[in-house]
Design a protein around this ligand. Structure first.
Ligand code: URA
Length: 269
């Protein structure tokens, strides 16, 4: 049995700069990677959302959705960064995390601007290995995932449920040759094709770490990402208009999923 460590009243979390009081009891958090995405997400939940604090890569806003406080906090990019977010937000009382971000699709039928909801993730990250042996599965919470799926269906957002490949490197880790050095180590040459053959849907850089940590810590998580690169066509990332279209989609889906989760919370399931 793990001995959990909660924050004391007034204690400031070292990396995120947050205290329990700042969260006003929030048990739900939306966690994008990009600090620049936080304000828009928070205001999509609640036009009266307010800035809380910003420290390193962690920018926080607090929104209210159906009367419930919801924290929106950026995590920065990659597995190590998201461990700070989970560790410190858990101490402050957050129990449910929804990652919203961007991704590169591995499937022909997943187009730029579409959305992927992760049903599992491949642990090609390093950070999650500090929390569980590699044989431990990186799976999201079932209710959070079902809420994301129902939300996407209701809103008629084009989406797929898929197995996400989480890597620690955007370039060689995702078998991109358009890096500065242009080289992919032999171990990763052919890896893109292999993930496709194994039916994986997308590349990104945080989901497996988030799922492993939340699972071993008795928390909940889900992930929804907008497609900004289509790896069946090219290595490049799409122009800003595609990014903005994907962002609008994951904003509305995340909002509706939170509403569903809040409604289900009160009901026996
Ligand atoms: N994020 C990634 O990690 N990979 C992509 O191709 C696009 C976004």
């Amino acid at each position: 049995m793990m001995q959990k460590h909660y924050a004391k009243p007034g204690e400031v979390m070292y990396h995120t700069g947050l205290t329990k009081e700042m969260l006003e009891g929030a048990e739900y958090a939306l966690v994008p990677g990009d600090p620049g995405r936080v304000e828009g997400l928070a205001k999509a939940l609640d036009p009266a959302a307010e800035f809380v604090t910003s420290h390193r890569e962690f920018t926080s806003w607090l929104a209210r959705l159906n009367g419930q406080p919801v924290l929106v906090m950026s995590t920065g990019m990659g597995g190590p960064c998201i461990t700070f977010a989970v560790e410190e937000l858990a101490r402050l009382g957050v129990r449910t995390f929804i990652r919203v971000g961007t991704t590169g699709s591995l499937r022909e039928d997943l187009n730029l601007g579409d959305v992927v909801i992760s049903k599992a993730a491949v642990r090609m990250d390093g950070a999650s290995r500090a929390y569980a042996p590699i044989a431990y599965p990186a799976v999201p919470d079932l209710d959070v995932t079902l809420a994301l799926r129902q939300a996407a269906e209701e809103l008629q957002v084009p989406f797929k449920l898929g197995v996400t490949v989480t890597t620690d490197s955007f370039w060689p880790g995702q078998e991109r040759y358009d890096s500065f050095g242009g080289y992919v180590v032999r171990r990763l040459q052919g890896s893109l094709k292999e993930w496709q053959t194994l039916g994986c849907s997308n590349y990104e850089m945080e989901a497996a770490t988030l799922f492993t940590l939340t699972s071993v810590l008795g928390l909940r998580a889900g992930a929804i990402c907008g497609v900004v690169a289509k790896r069946t066509d090219s290595e490049s990332v799409a122009p800003p208009d595609v990014y903005r279209a994907a962002e609008k989609r994951f904003q509305v889906v995340a909002r509706r999923a939170l509403e569903l989760l809040l409604a289900w919370q009160g009901a026996a399931r």
